[in-house]
Structures are given as C-alpha cells and as structure tokens.
Write a protein that binds this ligand. Structure first.
Ligand code: NAG
Ligand code: NAG
Ligand code: NAG
Length: 583
C-alpha cells in the first residue's frame, strides 16, 4: 500500500517537473533566438526596398587613429613583391551593383554582385565581389598595380562558366559568369559577371591576370549562394597560418553542379616579399586593442571566474613532478621556475594548493585580478593581423545536458578540469586598421563572425559571452545546444554583473619582436590529468531517470560524439593547434 502511494507520489512529482521544465524550456528557447531571421515579404518589389545588403555597415564609432610607426601598417597599400595591392571596401562610391537575385543563399534572401569601380590610376580589378543579401553591406576585394612591368596581364579572352537564363529564380534579369582566360604563365584570381550574353571586352575594365609565381592555390571559404544548378562561395588561401604567404583577395568562385567539366581553378595572391613590414608596431597594436578589446560577459550563475596567471601562481598553484609527488613546489609569481620547452610528456603538471580552503578560493578565480594575454599573428601573408586574446580560468566546471523535457541534467564531473584557456581572435586589416572578423573559440571548434554581425558596446568593442562552466565564447547570449533534435550539451550565455573589458588589463606575450613570459613556454598541463569515467557517469545518470526515458537517454548518448563530452584539456595556449594556424 505504502509503496503504491509512494509510486503515485513519484509520478505526481514527475508530472509537475515535466510541466515546470517544459514551461522553462519554452522560455529558454524564446531567449535563445541566436540568429533572428529577417522577415521577408513575398512581394519582390516590397522586398527589394528592404534588403539588409542595401545598407552599408558602419562601425558605431570612428575607426582608431593609428599613431605613426616605422612600418607600412595602415598606409592603404601593401607591396607583395612586384605587385602593389589596395583593399577596396565595397560601397556605392567604390563599386557598382551588377546583378541581384532575391532567393537562395543564407536565410533564402538572395545575393548581390558588385563590380569595383573608380580605382586609383593604374590599379586593376582582380575579380568581382559577391555577398548574401541577409547581411548589411560589408566586404572588400583587392585591386592591384603592376610595379615590376610584367606582374599583370589582360586576359586573352573569357569563357562562360554558367548563366542563370533558364533558372527559375526571382532575379534582376539573367546573369552570366565569366572566367578570364589568361596568357601562359598567368593565372585568374576572380570572376567577371554581366547581365548581357556578350563577352566582357578586353579593355581597361576587364579583370587582370596575375603572373603565376605571385599566386597560390585557393579554396572555397564560406557559402554565399546557390541553386540546384550552381553554388557560389568566397575564396581564401588554401595554406593559412603565421608563416603562410597566401593573400586573401575577397573574390569568389562559382561551381556549376550539372554541366561538366568544372571551370579551371581560381588562385589567390602570394606575398613574395613576406617581411612583416605592414604589421602594426607594438604601439599601434596597443591602439588597435584599446579600440577593439572585447567585453566579456560571464553567466549570472557562474562560480568559476577568470584570473591572471600571476594571481593563480601567487595564490598557491603548485608544480608537481612525476615520481616526486609528495614534494610539490610553489610556482613563482612570474612562472620563472616552470620547466621550459619540451613537450607534454606527463613529467610535470600544475595543481591547486593542498589546503582545502585555499583550493576552493583559487578555483573560483578573481575578476578584479583578471588579465588577458595577446598573441599577435601575421595572417594572409602579413596583410592582416590576428590579435588573439587569451583568457585564463583556474577552473572549468562540469557539463550539463538538456534532454527531452529535462532542462539541465548535470553530467557529474564530466567536463571538469583545472586550468582552462579560452580565446577570441580579432582579425584586423593591415591596409586600414579596420576590424574584419572575430573568432570565438568554442570547445574544440569555434565560430567566425563578420564585424557587421557583432554586437558592440562602448564604441567599437565587440561583446563576447562566456558560457556557464565551460567558458566557450559566443557572440550572442542565449542557449546553444551541442547535439540534435533539441537535446544536447548546454552552452548558456547571458549578461550579468560579472563582466570585464579585456582592454583594461592586458599584456602582449607573443608575436614579432615580443618577449615571451616564462609561463608561455611551459608546455605541460595546467592541471592534473584526471580520467573521468564517462561511461560510469552516464550509466549512473541513466539509472536515475524514470524507466521509460532510460533507453532514449542511452540511445541519445551513444549517438553523441565522445569529443563533445571530453573538454579540450588543460594545455597552455602555445600547445593548442591554433597557435600558428588560422583559427
Ligand atoms: C546559357 O546557358 C545555357 C546552358 O545552361 C546555354 O545553353 C546557353 O547557350 C547559355 N546562353 C548564353 C547566351 O550563353
Ligand atoms: C610608444 O608610445 C610611447 C608612449 O605613448 C612612447 O613614449 C614611445 O616613444 C612610443 N614608441 C615608439 C617606437 O613609437
Ligand atoms: C623532490 O622535490 C624536492 C623539492 O623540489 C627536491 O628538493 C628533491 O630533490 C626532489 N627529489 C627528487 C628525487 O627529484
């Protein structure tokens, strides 16, 4: 009798939880509209007056005034070795709209193609610019001037890649996509687009071909637009990183899906004079960072705040050595007694102080003693600067799951680790000091966001939201689930009174001409290696669930890739794969 009352009571509680959770879940979903789609009307004429692309993006404040320095940063022109390039920002004064379609592409809002015009004397177009209509107008292409006498050549003709005459899409007439046919020893970088079936003339207006040794292999970057007959993507250098010479040109490629053979490849440029002379000086870097330093918001429920590494060391962090575990050594405030170089061989690791209270204290970090660490990386052959903003958290909290109507299911100690390094990357043009994109690191991956899609606060400073416990970086507040069908690992982001401006306390720790602090060259783990028994944890959770959910839970968990459950361990910034690579 008692047990059946107990059962009934359990069922009652279960239903109450179900309803409460469901309501909360709906609210959470309402708040988590990460990418609100712009509503569109079916009437193409109404629509054509309201496309985001028709308005140019402008930064909330004026761009930073760059102090003069010895180099060529912010001078508008970069010499790649026999080829001088300028960055043409697409606007009504620098370009002309050639063609547009009102459907397909991101948010199914269509695409607009622009031709650069009014170039300075002796500069030539390398290709046109294409942008989805769902974003404010914000983009650029490079134009080039021949300074060697044989770096550029006009094409010998054009070949039609595809046209849209027979495509059943809402468009401004038909478009014809043309690839330049280049003389021997020269390569094409971009496409020409017309709204007439006549081949482009080979006059001044045409696209220039570039001498082969000044070009490199390119690959598709982001998807811009497509139909079932063609797909259009922006291009980027295939080889990217701090040592790579490939230069991003801002052009796009177009791939017919039905008619073989595919068009010959398009190339990016190559900086053959990769001498870093267009990188910002340290003073210029400081001005850039003061201007674009992100605001970082922590979740209101966050217990594990960031700190400076010096705070972590000074508050009792210990260096352990294998085989001598009973004699840990306090880390010097500047990290000068940490073993340098080598590899993560498991010989040394850091841990909290042994004292329980001291441990709890260190684990929670200290917002007032937070500092960010900047790594300055040349990108795209030194035509862009990446300011990588590294943030240290003494502790990474556990992972939580959203599963069916269960809003937040703790995964025990899965995901927990000591010593958590996260980053945001600001990608800045060395032509004009303008922020182009920001990269937000999220567990083992991340998201690249164009400046026009960032949230800004206090001038041109982007806002970043650090997820609850895991500290993954996001450009928007709300809930992001790693999983599918509305189930998955929770990433909760929200504004709170726990936040900081990364520009208040920062230090340049790596990059051309920057002296590296000893802790940066400590390549062992920032926390002890703890093997979480993921399977045991999950079995325990499954057992705690009502019987009818258990099977569903196991099925869901088994489908989830293991790396989602395994946090990117406590390795330092220089050991991460992204250190010398593109993010
Ligand atoms: C447009 O493309 C079709 C193939 O899709 C081709 O048959 C036609 O000749 C092209 N039109 C022109 C004017 O190039
Ligand atoms: C950098 O800035 C500081 C202070 O603003 C100034 O004293 C110094 O001369 C500058 N250095 C260079 C190389 O311009
Ligand atoms: C163990 O660590 C202590 C403290 O650093 C040191 O004095 C001692 O020599 C170490 N012993 C061995 C065997 O490495």
């Amino acid at each position: 009798m008692q047990s059946s009352i107990g059962k009934a009571f359990q069922l009652f509680c279960f239903l109450v939880i179900l309803i409460v959770n469901h309501v909360c879940w709906i609210q959470a979903q309402g708040n988590s509209d990460v990418n609100p789609t712009v509503s569109r009307s079916a009437d193409p004429f109404l629509l054509s007056t309201s496309l985001p692309v028709e308005t140019a993006f402008t930064f909330p404040s004026a761009l930073p005034v760059i102090p003069s320095g010895g180099g060529n940063f912010g001078k508008g022109r970069i010499d790649l070795g026999g080829l001088e390039v300028i960055q043409v920002s697409i606007s009504t004064s620098t370009s002309q709209r050639v063609w547009r379609t009102y459907e397909g592409g991101p948010n199914s809002m269509g695409l607009t193609i622009f031709q650069p015009i009014n170039l300075p004397p002796s500069f030539f177009t390398l290709g046109f610019y294409a942008q989805p209509n769902n974003r404010l107008l914000f983009g650029w292409v490079l134009a080039a001037r021949d300074v060697s006498g044989n770096s550029l050549r006009p094409p010998v003709g054009y070949v039609e890649v595809i046209n849209t005459t027979s495509m059943n899409i809402n468009q401004d007439g038909a478009a014809y996509f043309w690839q330049p046919l280049c003389p021997d020893g020269y390569q094409a970088v971009g496409l020409y687009v017309t709204t007439s079936p006549l081949k482009p003339s080979l006059s001044q207006e045409s696209i220039s071909c570039v001498r082969s040794d000044l070009t490199e292999q390119s690959e598709t970057d982001t998807w811009v637009w497509g139909t079932n007959e063609m797909t259009l993507s922006s291009l980027r250098p295939a080889n990217r990183g701090t040592e790579a010479t490939g230069v991003h040109t801002g052009t796009f490629s177009c791939q017919p899906l039905s008619v073989p053979p595919p068009p010959p490849p398009l190339f990016c440029l190559k900086n053959t004079k990769f001498d870093l002379s267009s990188m910002p000086s340290h003073n210029q870097t400081s001005v850039l960072f003061q201007s674009y330093s992100p605001w970082i918001y922590l979740h209101p429920d966050e217990d594990f705040l960031p700190s400076s590494v010096n705070w972590f060391f000074s508050n009792g962090a210990l260096l352990f050595q294998r085989g001598n575990e009973s004699n840990p050594v306090p880390v010097q405030p500047d990290g000068s007694n940490l073993p340098q170089g080598g590899s993560d061989d498991g010989l040394f690791w850091l841990d909290y102080p042994v004292d329980k209270n001291a441990k709890e204290w260190v684990k929670r970090g200290d917002l007032g003693n937070t500092k960010v660490y900047l790594h300055i990386k040349p990108m795209f052959g030194g035509t862009f600067t990446d300011i990588v903003v590294w943030i240290f958290y003494p502790f990474n909290g556990n992972a939580r799951l959203k599963f069916l109507f269960i809003k937040s299911l703790s995964l025990g100690d899965i995901g927990e680790h000591i010593g958590d390094w996260e980053h945001i990357t600001l990608r800045i043009s060395n032509f004009n000091g303008e922020l182009w994109r920001a990269y937000f690191s999220e567990h083992s991956g991340g998201t690249l966001v164009e400046a026009c899609d960032l949230e800004f606060q206090g001038g041109n400073k982007p806002v970043s939201y650090s997820s609850l416990h895991g500290h993954a970086m996001f450009s928007r507040p709300g809930l992001v689930l790693q999983g599918d069908d509305g189930n998955g690992i929770r990433n909760d982001m929200a504004r709170s009174d726990k936040f900081f401006d990364a520009g208040v306390a920062y230090e340049l720790v790596a990059g051309p001409g920057i002296e590296e602090p000893p802790w940066l060259n400590y390549f062992r783990k920032w926390g002890p290696f703890v093997r979480h028994d993921i399977q045991k944890n999950l079995d325990g959770i499954a057992k705690s669930l009502p019987g009818l959910l258990r099977k569903k839970f196991r099925k869901f968990i088994n489908k989830m890739p293991r790396e989602v459950l395994e946090e990117d361990g406590p390795t330092g910034p220089k050991v991460k794969r992204s250190w010398t690579a593109d993010d």
